[in-house]
Write a protein that binds this ligand. Structure first.
Ligand code: NAD
Length: 258
């Protein structure tokens, strides 16, 4: 039990990496609050956890919308009494370079990926301060440290999340609030599946194989692979991971096999 009794607020916990993290955190003793716009998915994950005897709640909220986000944070504190771990994971993507990416898509990506991380942190840091500390893990991406074609808005948002993580670490470490970022490479989740089906419909398998080839081990990462890294950051084992950018990407950002 690596996070026994820690209250964990997971945004975007209704799917993919957030869902896998909710399950793993529950198994490791965490009390789970899933915050997501996807009511069906959120209830599915939480009902399953509760059915297995784990403490878990679902709260519907858009992480970038002030009032619903504030209500969600209050609801978690009311239900569990505190928030020990905030996993700012909810995110969306858009494809395109600066020309193809229209202003609407740009704003949508920045709103969820960056404003959402800022807003939840803005609301949760005071809770953590009052209780004497906590841990915030922000979802960045390998794309924050390498260039990847046709992802102008997404790359910018994830680079900014990394910058925000380091700023927050500088601001809050001395209040016993530990802040770190996780930077996954390509993970096979509904997020990636949806992208491949939309943009590589005629040659889906070839596109999956190409993604595998980018990995040093020729395998696609699973949501669980990322969840274990997040678990490490959420555990007391990571007490010196202050402002850390934990890259888990199958080697994509560190080496190439030509
Ligand atoms: N899948 C990858 O390859 C990959 C790689 C690096 C980083 N990431 C990041 O990991 C995070 C999770 O991605 P995933 O692949 O699990 O995606 P996913 O689409 O499976 O899950 C994302 C979740 O976020 C929720 N969400 C979206 N907008 C929201 C909002 N405004 N408020 C609340 N919830 C909202 C969705 O409903 C969904 O449940 C994202 O931030 C993504 O950018 C993903």
């Amino acid at each position: 039990m690596r996070i026994q009794d820690k209250v964990c607020l997971i945004t975007g916990g209704a799917s993919g990496i957030g869902e896998a993290t909710a399950r793993l955190f529950a198994k490791e003793g965490g009390k789970i609050a899933v915050v997501d716009i996807d009511v069906k998915g959120g209830n599915r994950v939480v009902d399953e956890l509760v059915g297995q005897g784990y403490p878990a709640i679902f709260i519907e909220a858009d992480v970038a919308d002030e009032l619903p986000a504030a209500i969600a944070v209050d609801a978690v504190v009311k239900h569990f009494g505190r928030i020990d771990v905030l996993f700012n994971n909810a995110g969306v993507s858009a494809v395109g370079d600066v020309v193809d990416c229209d202003p609407g898509d740009w704003d949508r990506v920045m709103r969820v990926n960056l404003r959402g991380v800022y807003l939840l942190s803005h609301l949760v840091v005071p809770v953590m301060r009052q209780q004497g500390g906590g841990i915030i893990i922000n979802m960045s991406s390998t794309i924050a440290v390498i260039g990847l074609k046709s992802r102008a808005a997404y790359a910018t948002s994830k680079g900014a999340v990394l910058g925000l993580t380091r700023a927050m670490a500088a601001d809050h470490s001395q209040e016993n609030i530990r802040v770190a970022a996780v930077l996954p490479g390509t993970v096979y989740t509904p997020f990636v599946e949806g992208y491949l089906k939309k943009h590589h419909a005629g040659h889906y398998q070839e596109a999956v194989d190409n993604l595998k080839k980018r990995q040093l081990n020729n395998e696609l990462m699973t949501p669980e692979d990322v969840a274990y890294s997040v678990l490490f950051l959420a555990s007391d084992e990571a007490r010196f991971a202050l402002g850390t950018a934990l890259i888990v990407d199958g080697g994509v950002s560190t080496a190439k096999v030509f």
